[in-house]
Design a protein around this ligand. Structure first.
Ligand SMILES: Nc1ncnc2c1ncn2[C@@H]1O[C@H](COP(=O)(O)OP(=O)(O)OP(=O)(O)O)[C@@H](O)[C@H]1O
Ligand SMILES: [Mg+2]
Length: 569
């Protein structure tokens, strides 16, 4: 054991301070004989140095401390780490007067862990005292090792926690990075899908309009050629062909406007059951005898505020799609119901919660794959052979449904069939009051001198309207902008109807002119002529009584009929 201590360097050496006589070397010899390592310090400051560099115990003759300043010594003792309580063995002198005793007591207090050995000293007393002191010191070292091991473990734990935290932070950062990357990829995918849809739309548009333009310009060229040949009687068929192309172009723009939700709607309180029964015969004839039709109209169906003409159009389109999906025949069901959509049901259908009337068309046809269903509402998306479908049917119904505050949903299974459901918001008013509006127009006699004020900045349109009015026996006053029109309205001139463009120069739009006119002449009937962009200005079709809308482009017959309806009404 003692040899082990040797190996541990200064830790177990006994530092001896006994400056007088041979005390130091004699005790060193004795201690070495029992296997202890010793070091003789020549004075107090060397003893302190030895304590700093490591020692197991100190053997001090008390006379070495007489009249010494022990402050540094005491400081060293006080500074010891918690595990250390350095053992001192003090050899007392033979002085035994009271002052010496008091001094000794004070010294014991200062050194704390101290044993006093009295002179004359027995060898065994010295060696055993020093061995006891070193054993106590060994215990202190063991505690030190334990504390250090604990501290190291705590440090390792802390390092481990830090490393783990760092790993977690890194994983977190990686995850965030991946999320950002995924969002970026999704955004670019959405963008490319959008671009694909826009490409499809522009391509489809360009293709269709090119065909129509070819029809119109060819017809015009042939008309000119025939006229230059003096064959005026041969131009009729070309004019008819050109008109046909223009009609198709107008229908095309109408479908596009419907999709973009900017068509001019004339919503009326409508009983959908009655509207369906009015169309049943037409649908039956259109789909043919191979398809069995069933109409299930819900009793007590709520009225809905919708443009009835467009709803008819939508229903017919849905039935045509159903027919095309059942080339071998099948069953077509048209069904209505009152629907109360709660938060969840509304969210699933991307629509506001509330009360709706549903109109569902179900077929037992080929059905749609999820991919077709996902694109079915895209304009120009069609799976039909070239020339058989424009791919605008469903996109138009979709735009119409959304513009009417509703929705259209697809439920389809490949090989089983498809249900297309239109949801239209419930309307509180009684639909019967407006039934007159759905009746076919009574034929009316031409005008007899009623006056019409026409405001339009486009001379060709103004001229056209004025000519139509004059042909029908009305007197016409023309104005090219709002302020000019207003001056006429402020005069005493008779005016039975105001026809105004909505987009007008001169600081007043058509709506403002109409409002100012109503101040002056509250009963005045108004007909707005609009392109789609001004639609919002005239309330998206929700107009005051006596105000009506005619969308461009319009055919002359429609204009005449509308004017008559308004003046006679
Ligand atoms: N009832 C249905 N059953 C199966 N597929 C359908 C049905 N309705 C629509 N589709 C699919 O959705 C596509 C788009 O329909 P949409 O009505 O918009 O255009 P289309 O019928 O092809 O042409 P059109 O412009 O003449 O209506 C169709 O080509 C078809 O693939
Ligand atoms: Mg279709």
């Amino acid at each position: 054991m003692l040899r082990n201590m040797d190996r541990e360097g200064f830790s177990f050496r006994v530092v001896i301070l006994a400056p007088i006589g041979r005390d130091a070397s004699a005790s060193a010899d004795l201690l070495r004989k029992v296997g202890l390592t010793t070091h003789i310090a020549k004075d107090l400051s060397e003893l302190l140095c030895c304590l700093d560099s490591g020692a197991g115990a100190a053997f001090v003759a008390e006379e070495a401390l007489f009249n010494e300043d022990l402050t540094a010594f005491q400081d060293w003792i006080a500074r010891q780490p918690p595990w250390s309580d350095f053992p001192f063995v003090v050899l007392t002198s033979q002085l035994d007067h009271p002052r010496a005793k008091t001094w000794r007591h004070a010294l014991a207090d200062k050194l704390q862990n101290v044993s006093m050995l009295e002179r004359p000293l027995q060898v065994i007393t010295l060696t055993s005292a020093m061995q006891v002191a070193l054993r106590a010191r060994r215990r202190q070292y063991e505690v030190k090792t334990l504390i250090e091991a604990q501290e190291a473990a705590a440090e390792r734990l802390e390092a481990l926690v830090t490393a783990r935290t760092q790993e977690l932070e890194q994983a977190n950062a990686d995850l965030k990075g991946q999320m950002v990357e995924r969002e970026r990829v999704e955004a670019s995918l959405r963008q490319s899908q959008k671009m694909e849809a826009v490409g499809q739309l522009t391509g489809g548009l360009a293709h269709d309009f090119n065909n129509l333009l070819a029809g119109i310009s060819g017809s015009l060229e042939m008309t000119r050629a025939r006229l230059s040949q003096g064959r005026a009687d041969a131009v009729d068929r070309y004019i008819t062909a050109a008109q046909g192309a223009v009609k198709r172009a107008a229908a095309l723009t109408h479908r596009l406007l419907a999709f973009s939700r900017r068509q001019t709607l004339e919503p009326k309180p409508t009983n959908v059951n009655r509207l369906i029964s009015g169309m049943e015969e037409l649908v039956r004839r259109t789909v043919g005898p191979a398809i069995h039709i069933e109409v299930v109209g819900s009793g007590g169906l709520w009225p809905t505020l919708v443009d009835p003409n467009q709803l008819e159009n939508a229903l017919l389109n849905l039935c045509l799609n159903a027919r095309d999906a059942m080339p071998e025949g099948g069953r077509l069901t048209i069904e209505t119901a009152n629907r109360w959509l709660d938060e969840r049901a509304a969210r699933e259908r991307d629509i506001a919660p509330g009360q709706y009337v549903s109109l569902c068309v179900t077929d037992t046809g080929i059905g749609m794959t999820p991919d077709v269903a996902a694109h079915a509402f895209d304009p120009f998306f069609t799976t039909k052979p070239l020339g058989q479908g424009t791919g605008l049917g469903l996109s138009m119904i979709y735009g119409f449904a959304r513009q009417s505050g509703g929705q259209i949903c697809i439920y389809s299974e490949v090989g089983k069939g498809t249900t297309m459901c239109l949801y239209l918001p419930r309307h509180d008013d009684d639909p019967s009051i407006d039934d007159a509006a759905n009746l076919p127009e009574a034929s009316v006699s031409p005008g007899d001198g009623e006056a019409v004020l026409v405001i339009d900045d486009e001379p060709s349109i103004r001229m056209l309207i004025a000519d139509v009015l004059a042909d029908s026996g009305y007197s016409v006053i023309e104005a090219s902008d709002g302020p000019a029109g207003l001056r006429v309205l402020q005069s005493a001139a008779r005016i039975d109807l105001l026809i105004t463009d909505v987009g007008l120069p001169g600081g007043m739009n058509g709506r403002q002119v109409a409002d100012a006119a109503r101040e002056l002449r509250p009963e005045l009937r108004v007909l707005f002529i609009t392109g789609y962009a001004e639609n919002a200005l005239v309330g998206n079709g929700q107009l005051e009584r006596g105000m009506h809308v005619l969308a461009k482009p319009f055919v002359v017959d429609r204009l005449t009929a509308k004017i008559r309806e308004l003046i006679k009404y």
